[in-house]
Write a protein that binds this ligand. Sequence first.
Ligand code: NAD
Length: 480
Amino acid sequence: MQIDELDWIVVSMSKGNAERVRLPRIRSITPFPHCYGIKYQHVQLIHNSPSQNKDVEQTMEVRYMEPGNPYQMAVKQVQSVGRLLGLNEDTIEGLCKPRRELTVNFPVRMDDGRIRTFTGFRVQHNDARGPYKGGIRYHPKVNVDEVRALSMWMTWKCAVMGVPYGGAKGGVICNPKEMSKGELERMTRRFTSEIMLIIGPQKDIPAPDVYTDSQTMAWIMDTYSMSVGYPVPGVVTGKPLEIGGSKGRDEATSRGLMYVVQDAARLKKINLKKSTVAVQGFGNVGWHAARLLAEEAGCKIVALSDSSGGIFSKRGLDPYKVYEHKKKTGSVRNFKGSENITQEELLESDCTVLVPAALENVIGQDNAERITADIIAEGANGPTTPEADRIFYEKGTMVIPDILANAGGVTVSYFEWVQDLQFFFWSIEEIKQRLKDLMTRSFASVNGISNAQNVDLRTAAYLLALKAVLRASEARGLFP
Ligand code: NAD
């Protein structure tokens, strides 16, 4: 593994003051020749400093972590809960192995006339409970193990929510930031045609994920529809409203998160109107979460961050004003009336509710002890390591796991699909009410299992999910 293959690094400016830096901010990096393969190194790097708004050259200690294999982590999660359920190893293996994996290498004409070959994947993990469902990710580092893990997590998420889907995920290895809209459209259409065999409104329904959006879904829907000869809105979710998208999809993940935070607060007898919130990540999930928790749940937002760093204000931050500031300056930093803080300081800030809504693996053994929030609601997928989970369980911190806390997104995707299949569309009020009912029901079920079995909410959510998938498999029996 080389430094320039990583997504991010942790730069220690001085002892105890570490900052995660996304590589796109680093313009060039000159490691000392012997540095590859070890975890701490002094490297010389030139990066763009948002606070000084210029390139800064520094020699500093860089701690770079080899990212764990997400599929191995996903398998471990199933193995530990499977053993708790007394499942035999064959059954556990069956639950861990994706049913179908398609890898496609396909040509795309680029704007300069070159023909480049792209590699894409669609992994279908388990369809015992219904058609496969899961996003498509465009990223230079996407790989089949990552897609496998994400497809498994979709299976469990849908089972926890009781929505009748199995889990899938897709990805194309590409750098969308360096591609024109025309190139992205041609790549999307050709990829769709390559995976046409296994997707469809009754088979497998893709959705947006990292660096794909409603426009990408519109191209997939159109390509599929052109091939079969009639419009098929139900082949994807997360589409524009004009072609069968659902009201409320944009904020669905964060709205769902707010509902479970309200449930958790009631349980812990916390008055949200007197509570403070810190949100890591100010993208789709983080922005809507901050906005809804302030506006509808009455919380005071005290800390926010994006990839450039964080801000803190004891008196409270207005998410709308921060949004405008970020739109103007490109970052949340230097917002009037707030102090700039690091990502670590954000996570450890004095708050009632912490919402990690950016990256995976941000809360681990190193910082879990110092995190003082009463409730952690995982907007991101996989922000907390199993070691940190154990620490939180012992301290009494309530961690609402990702497969429940951020499941509002797939739930409203399900609503979109149902509306598409019926060609009958619901009002925003209906969407909100149905989402609230499902989130509240799932939170109550997971919490009930957690109390009955004396386990944390994550283990409880996995127990619920695995049992639901096994019951469906048993009911269907083994073919032939
Ligand atoms: P996004 O790309 O819209 O936003 C990501 C945000 O994280 C950006 O504000 C970015 O600046 C920030 N960020 C990046 N690096 C950071 C760092 N080092 N520290 C702090 N912030 C950093 O993505 P999103 O759709 O909001 O997704 C965020 C997370 O939520 C991902 O883990 C995603 O898988 C998960 N998720 C999203 C949805 C959804 O519906 N969008 C659903 C379920 C789960």
